[in-house]
Design a protein around this ligand. Structure first.
Ligand code: PGA
Length: 253
């Protein structure tokens, strides 16, 4: 029996410029071989996109993506990159609505939905992040927050397009804190997302990744839950040896 397909996504955030990215890939490609049940997605900073895309060209199991894009194709938007530019640099996927974009840079649910629709229209795959803060979780508002974040997406993305979307559940309190959600907690929110999509006539069969302090120590326990289709990883994806180990781990038969 083949295992379900898994996505291992590396979010490098503001780390690894072109030179470091090239050195990372040299080492990582040496350490890994394609595996039929998993694809590896890299989100380098925009300035390293072309370098990474070039390095992974011989590896069809690896996709490269932008960490953020603007929804307009061009114009007076200092500091932003457009979808056609990201595409030209080799991006096939785009990370959208990461909690750092939402909380540090004020990105709204509506902007996340606009970006997602634009990315889909351009033929790329969006990886859209949702997740609650600690105060929201402790206040019993996790479900309400996730549903609020999904709502504009459900309005702007046609149900036929949802098949190309990937969602990442990343509780804000778990990101970069060393405190991951338990497999049960993560699975529960993944179910909620599928339920919310189903209620609006969208097939819940899209991949849903978990992110937030994923490491080589906890990844197998998380992925043991069938509700999880992969992981989105920050800190543990920055070292080629560590990341190669994590993406190669297999559950004991
Ligand atoms: P982390 O980050 O793995 O360092 O917690 C995850 C993310 O922000 O996507």
């Amino acid at each position: 029996m083949t295992a379900r397909p898994l996505i291992y996504a590396a979010n490098w955030k503001m780390n690894l410029g072109p030179q470091d990215a090239a050195a990372f890939l040299d080492r990582f490609l040496e350490l890994t071989a394609p595996q039929p049940d998993r694809s590896l997605w890299f989100f380098p900073p925009a300035v390293s996109l072309a370098t990474v895309a070039h390095a992974v060209r011989p590896r069809p199991d690896i996709l490269v993506g932008a960490q953020n894009v603007h929804w307009e194709p061009k114009g007076a938007f200092t500091g932003e990159i457009s979808i056609p530019m990201a595409q030209e640099a080799g991006a096939e996927v785009v990370l959208i609505g990461h909690s750092e974009r939402r909380h540090l840079f004020g990105e709204t649910d509506d902007q996340v939905a606009r970006k997602t629709a634009a990315v889909l229209k351009a033929g790329l795959r969006p990886l859209v992040c949702v997740g609650e803060t600690l105060a929201e979780r402790e206040g019993g508002r996790t479900e309400q927050v996730i549903l609020r974040q999904l709502e504009p997406l459900l309005d702007k993305v046609a149900s036929a397009d949802w098949g190309r979307l990937v969602v990442a559940y990343e509780p804000v309190w778990a990101i970069g804190t060393g405190k991951n959600a338990t497999p049960d907690d993560a699975a529960q929110v993944h179910e909620l997302i599928r339920f919310a999509l189903g209620r609006r006539g969208v097939s819940g069969r899209l991949p849903i990744l978990y992110g937030g302090s994923v490491s080589a120590k906890n990844v197998l326990a998380l992925l043991a839950r069938p509700e999880l289709d992969g992981v989105l990883v920050g800190g543990a994806s920055l070292d080629p040896d560590g990341w190669a180990e994590l993406v190669g781990l297999e559950a004991a038969p």
